[in-house]
Design a protein around this ligand. Structure first.
Ligand code: PLP
Length: 358
């Protein structure tokens, strides 16, 4: 089977096999990695290796802390304003789709937020205003945005040029292509797409921003400075997810790193979009410049066939293709772990379905 779920998503089969082999008797400890203390030497060693591997993969500068937190993307929707928004200050929030909009709604609970809606819909084609044209307030505490909108299938890679710290939700794009971490003030990502099991949340934060939370009433498990000061072990971290993320990072290195992933992801996405574009039966309404490499939504010419499409796909081993309830239609999430063979299998099924129902 190939699992096209947007998250929790498919993990590399080699990683799952290793985790399975080690599950009960990890490193000859006589117990599972999820049963050992997070403060044990052996766990601390894999925790440190996972961080170093991530640093290598993304070339994270030394002036950034890597935090392994709880609470997923939505946890960060709260943690970011709690830590970074000053008492009388304001933050700019760029709205490009469902998740960046949800981030606004959460941030508004904690302070002043100005929204910049960059969504465009021209002649039925969806696109986004380029970052160079965003009207960022130079006095904002930070500017928040989401470069890959998982629900909407919209992506952008260009970053704005401003001295205002850039804060980005990379939940569904991290590790899928190279990024220049030094351009960001803070990056966060829920693990359940390109990293590992849900629950674990990565935060990469420039050290000077850690002081912003000082003197504020921030729940301890959301406090960046406290988390950094305790090597992400102020409370019990999600140890199994951290271990598994470490295996995924090793796998990524074996695949040739993030640059190799980018080539693989671009090839998969282009193949699928090309197939959709040449078909009169399927369509994607995102402007080519903003099409996501990770989440490919598509519509059937005849809506009434949606349920049948999903059912028949599942019977053919192609899982979780139903589109998000806000958008409808279908969505194929093709994160790092999805092989080209999975995309080819999907296209072959789509062709057969079109032949029998078109
Ligand atoms: N941000 C993005 C881009 C997402 O795709 C998701 C979930 O799919 C979230 C945030 C919310 O993440 P979580 O469910 O971990 O809170």
């Amino acid at each position: 089977t190939y699992n096209f779920c947007a998250g929790p998503a498919m993990l590399p089969v080699e990683v799952m096999q290793q985790a399975q082999a080690e599950l009960i008797n990890w490193q000859q400890h006589g117990c599972s990695v999820m049963e050992v203390s997070h403060r044990s030497k052996s766990f601390m060693a894999i925790a440190a290796k996972a961080e170093q591997d991530l640093r290598d993969l993304l070339s994270i500068p030394d002036s950034y802390k890597v935090l392994f937190m709880h609470g997923g993307g939505r946890g960060q929707f709260s943690a970011v304003p709690l830590n970074l928004l000053s008492k009388d200050g304001e933050a700019d929030y760029v709205v490009s789709g469902s998740w960046s909009k949800a981030a606004v709604e959460e941030a508004q609970k904690f302070g002043k937020v100005r929204t910049l809606d960059i969504r465009r819909n021209q002649d039925g084609q969806r696109s986004l205003v380029a970052a160079k044209d965003w009207d960022i307030d130079p006095t904002a505490d930070y500017v928040h945005f989401c470069p890959n909108e998982t629900v909407d299938g919209l992506e952008f890679t260009e970053l704005p040029h401003t001295d205002v710290p850039l804060v980005a939700d990379l939940s569904s794009t991290i590790l899928s292509r190279p990024i220049d971490v030094s351009r960001f003030g803070l990056i966060y990502a829920g693990a359940q797409k390109n990293i590992g099991p849900s629950g674990l949340t990565l935060v990469i934060v420039r050290e000077d921003l850690l002081a912003r939370g000082q003197g504020k009433a921030i729940p301890s498990i959301m406090d960046y400075a406290l988390t950094a000061g305790n090597d992400s072990m102020f409370n019990t971290p999600p140890t199994f997810a951290w271990y598994l993320a470490g295996l995924v990072f090793q796998w990524l290195k074996q695949q040739g790193g993030v640059a190799a992933m980018a080539r693989h992801n671009q090839a998969k996405a282009e193949r699928l979009y090309q197939f959709i574009d040449q078909s009169a039966f399927y369509r994607n309404d995102v402007a080519p410049a903003n099409r996501s490499w990770m989440n490919v939504p598509f519509l059937l010419a005849d809506d009434s066939l949606n349920d049948r499409f999903v059912k028949e796909a599942e019977a053919n081993g192609l899982l979780a293709l139903k589109g998000h309830r806000l958008v409808g239609g279908m969505r194929a999430s093709i994160y790092n772990a999805m092989p080209m063979a999975g995309v080819e299998a999907l296209i072959a099924f789509m062709q057969a379905f079109e032949r029998s129902h078109g």
